[in-house]
Design a protein around this ligand. Structure first.
Ligand code: BG6
Length: 464
């Protein structure tokens, strides 16, 4: 039997996002964001027509869910602050009721011994800014920095760890390339502009944090997907993996940690007339405001091969440089359609150690979404989710090895302590230690994995 011991103070946490757990709750002055709007325009675009109004109802039920999270051994919890709940319009009017809600959540977390980690943006954009072009518009960037200042002014006395953006690459990737997120655009040049302005917004939020003399730490959460090619002996395949890594990992990793864009990424954008509108002063802001730490969301790797035929597309697409493939016999989470490859987490750690100055980092999301968990209900009405424990253990073993080899990782957060709404799959796949019965007023109950995680967290270790 092998024991995996983690260092004192290691964070055993969970993560969610505002839109995915709060519900729309328009009664307290929350304005529409892109999800509310998209759902109104086209409910059929959402899995089983279920939109973000149906959630675990964290907005009303946060006290009970926070107590239950504590029972699961959760010692830190990341959620996001909804911009459209806090700021009411383009003039920056502050909604005191929205602020009051987040104060109550933070206080409840602290009362239960759970460290709050606040994220300023998790895929949400108020409609009043989307109408102006969202992150294609320079004014939105300034407005985001102003929103960040309001949040620091209110909450930084109680909250020591902050995140500017969750998975910033998702908005350009899914919203401006692959048609999975609003505004459903397919245009590589516009995607490049959006990505650049999001990076600038993140750097300006870091700058504001320091200018205001806040005493905690500010980071960014990236969904680093280690990129592997089919044949490492084939130079064309290696180049394909290199390009995909530039587009989807290093486009935010390098400017956020090193303050510089990779020269090869800039060269590719130049070759495709896709260099975003920018100024020297903005690049200087990015250079000067690198993050204190990194958050890493890891679910699956990216597998690529060189392109066999040129991509037929009227617009510039990163896919000009690679194709995706699925290796034979790889392990899959069939519900989600994602490969399970725990070694990817180790590889991320080693990459950060060797190429990014061993900056402190934590796992900010990892987890297993499973369909039809009702089939695993036992006689007492509890979900027997041993597969979730195995999934987490597999990843923790690799994380432990990375730490033994010098990686500077200080925490592990699972997605999501309680079942939450998903952008693409609504309630199809359940991730939680806490089951939410959507058909019974979002009633929460523990799954079997909750007790296991509690023991891991209490002892700072697990055994095989
Ligand atoms: C992460 C996101 O990429 O994956 C979460 O930050 C998301 O918001 C999670 O819910 C799981 O993905 P999905 O699509 O199964 O909900």
């Amino acid at each position: 039997m092998k024991e995996y011991q983690f260092k004192e103070g290691f964070l055993w946490g969970g993560a969610c996002s505002a839109v995915q757990c709060e519900g729309r709750s328009p009664e307290d002055g929350k304005q529409d964001n892109i999800w509310d709007q998209w759902y109104r325009e086209d409910p059929g675009a959402f899995y089983q027509g279920v939109g973000p109004e149906v959630t675990s109802d964290f907005y009303h039920n946060y006290e009970q869910l926070i107590k239950m999270m504590r029972e699961c051994g959760i010692t830190s919890f990341r959620t996001s602050l909804q911009w459209a709940r806090i700021i009411s319009d383009r003039d920056g009017a502050v909604n005191r009721k929205g602020i009051g809600f987040y104060h109550r959540v933070i206080d409840a977390l602290l009362d239960n011994g759970i460290e709050p980690i606040l994220c300023l943006n998790h895929f949400d954009m108020p409609m009043y800014w989307m109408e102006k072009g969202g992150f294609e518009c320079r004014e939105t960037v300034d407005a985001f920095a102003a929103f960040a200042r309001v949040c620091y002014g209110e909450f930084s006395g109680k909250v020591r760890r902050w995140v500017t953006f969750n998975e910033p690459v998702i908005t350009p990737e899914q919203g401006y390339l692959y048609l999975h997120h609003y505004p459903l655009v397919q245009d590589g040049r516009r995607a490049a502009q959006v990505a650049y302005y999001i990076q600038l917004a993140s750097s300006m939020a870091v700058e504001a944090y320091r200018q205001m003399g806040c005493s905690g730490q500010i980071g960014i959460v990236l969904n680093l997907t280690p990129t592997y090619c089919r044949d490492p002996e084939d130079e064309r395949d290696r180049q394909a993996a290199y390009a995909a890594d530039l587009f989807f990992n290093r486009s935010f990793l390098d400017p956020s940690v090193k303050g510089e864009y990779p020269a090869d990424l800039v060269r590719i954008l130049e070759e495709n007339q896709a260099v975003p509108v920018h100024t020297e002063q903005e690049l200087e802001t990015i250079r000067r405001n690198t993050v204190d730490y990194l958050g890493v969301n890891y679910y699956h790797p990216r597998r690529v091969v060189h392109r066999s035929r040129p991509l037929e597309s009227d617009t510039f697409m990163p896919d000009r440089y690679f194709e995706y493939y699925t290796p034979e016999n790889c392990r899959m989470n069939k519900s989600r359609g994602w490969e399970i490859y725990e070694k990817g987490l180790y590889d991320i750690g080693i990459n950060i150690r060797d190429h990014y100055g061993n900056i402190p980092w934590m796992v900010t999301e990892n987890g297993m979404g499973v369909q039809d968990e009702e089939q695993f209900l036992n006689e007492e009405g509890m979900v027997e989710d041993s597969y979730r424990v195995e999934f987490i253990k597999d990843h923790l073993r690799r994380l432990h090895k990375a730490i033994e080899e010098g990686c500077n990782c200080f925490g592990y957060h699972m997605w999501c302590p309680f079942d939450s709404w998903s952008w693409s799959n609504a309630y199809k796949n359940r991730y939680g230690f806490i089951r939410i019965d959507i058909n019974d007023h979002a009633r929460p109950s523990f799954k079997r994995s909750a007790a296991w995680f509690r023991r891991v967290s209490d002892g700072n270790r697990f055994t095989d």
